[in-house]
Design a protein around this ligand. Structure first.
Ligand code: ATP
Ligand code: MG
Length: 253
C-alpha cells in the first residue's frame, strides 16, 4: 500500500490468482487451517496478544465466506466474530469508536470484524449521513485508535475483499435464483450497487489514509473465492507465526 497522503493507489485485478492453481490452493488452505488451529491454542496459552481481523468489501465480496473457510478449524471458544450493522440509537449517542472498542477481542483470542469502524468513513460518507468535517478527521482518529490497540498487544490485520462489479452481479443473480441463498439478498443491495463509484472513491481514501505501519491494509483479489480465502489464511498464519508463541513453562511444583 502507498504511504499516507501519497498519490493514486494501484489495486490488483480482482480476478488475480497469482498463478496458483485451484487444486493447489485448496490443498494449501487445508494445511493453513490446521496450522491456525494450533497457533490459536498457543495464542490462548500465551495470553499476551489478541489478533483482530478486519473484513471490509462491497456486498457479496465474501466477508462471511472468508470467516467460514479460514477459521473453520479453530476452536470456536477462541474466535469472536462481530458483525457491525447500522448503529442503534444508544450507539449513535456515543462516539463512533465506542461500540468498536467494546468488540475488540481479549488477549488470547482471534477476533473478526465483519464490517467495522471503517463503515463510519464509507457508508456514512457515501450516503452523506454526516458532513465531511465530521467524517474526514475520523481517518486520524482511526489511526490513533488502531495504534493504541497495537500497543496494547492487539495485532491488526485489515483485508479489503476486492471484487469486480461483474462478479458482484453474478453473485447477486445466484442469490436471487437459489432459494437457499435468497435470504442473503435485499433490495438495498441493488441500491448500494448503484453507488459503486462513490464507494470506490471512499475505499481509495481509506486505503490511502489508513495504511499504517502498525495496521496496514491488504487488498485481496476476491473474484475467486478459493484464492481470496488462501490469501487471508496466509496472512493470518504468518502474523501468528511472527508472534513466536510458546506454551508457558510448567512450574516446578
Ligand atoms: P450480508 O452480506 O449477509 O448482507 P451485511 O454486512 O451486508 O451482511 P446487513 O445487515 O445486510 O449485513 O448490512 C449491515 C448494514 O449496516 C450495511 O449496509 C452497513 O453499511 C451498515 N452499517 C454498518 N455500520 C454502519 C455505520 N456505522 N453507519 C451506518 N451504517 C452502517
Ligand atoms: Mg447486506
Amino acid at each position: 500500500m502507498p504511504r499516507r497522503g501519497e498519490g493514486p493507489i494501484d489495486l490488483p485485478h480482482p480476478g488475480d490468482t497469482d498463478g496458483v492453481a485451484k487444486s493447489d490452493a485448496k490443498h494449501e488452505l487445508k494445511g493453513l487451517v490446521k496450522e491456525l488451529a494450533d497457533q490459536q491454542e498457543r495464542l490462548y496459552a500465551d495470553h499476551h496478544h489478541a489478533v483482530l481481523v478486519i473484513l471490509q468489501g462491497m456486498d457479496a465480496s465474501g466477508k462471511d465466506g472468508t470467516v467460514r473457510h479460514v477459521l473453520s478449524g479453530v476452536n470456536p471458544q477462541g474466535v469472536h466474530v462481530h458483525s457491525f450493522k447500522e448503529p442503534t440509537p444508544l450507539e449513535h449517542a456515543e462516539d463512533f469508536l465506542w461500540r468498536v472498542h467494546d468488540a475488540v477481542p481479549p488477549k488470547g483470542c482471534i477476533g473478526v470484524f465483519n464490517r467495522s469502524h471503517y463503515e463510519d468513513v464509507l457508508v456514512v460518507r457515501v450516503h452523506d449521513l454526516v458532513p465531511e468535517r465530521v467524517w474526514r478527521p475520523r481517518f486520524r482518529a482511526i489511526n490513533d485508535f488502531e495504534r493504541m490497540l497495537t500497543e496494547s498487544g492487539v495485532v491488526i490485520l485489515k483485508f479489503f475483499l476486492h471484487i469486480s462489479k461483474e462478479e458482484q452481479a453474478k453473485r447477486f443473480a445466484k442469490r436471487i435464483k437459489d432459494e437457499r441463498r435468497h435470504w442473503k439478498f435485499s433490495a438495498a443491495d441493488l441500491r448500494e450497487r448503484e453507488l459503486w463509484d462513490s464507494y470506490r472513491e471512499a475505499y481509495a481514501d481509506v486505503l490511502r489514509e489508513c495504511s499504517t505501519d502498525w495496521a496496514p491494509w491488504h487488498v485481496v483479489p476476491a473474484d475467486h473465492k478459493w484464492y481470496r480465502s488462501l490469501v487471508v489464511a496466509r496472512h493470518l498464519a504468518k502474523a501468528l507465526k511472527d508472534l513466536d508463541l510458546h506454551y508457558p513453562a510448567v512450574p516446578e511444583e
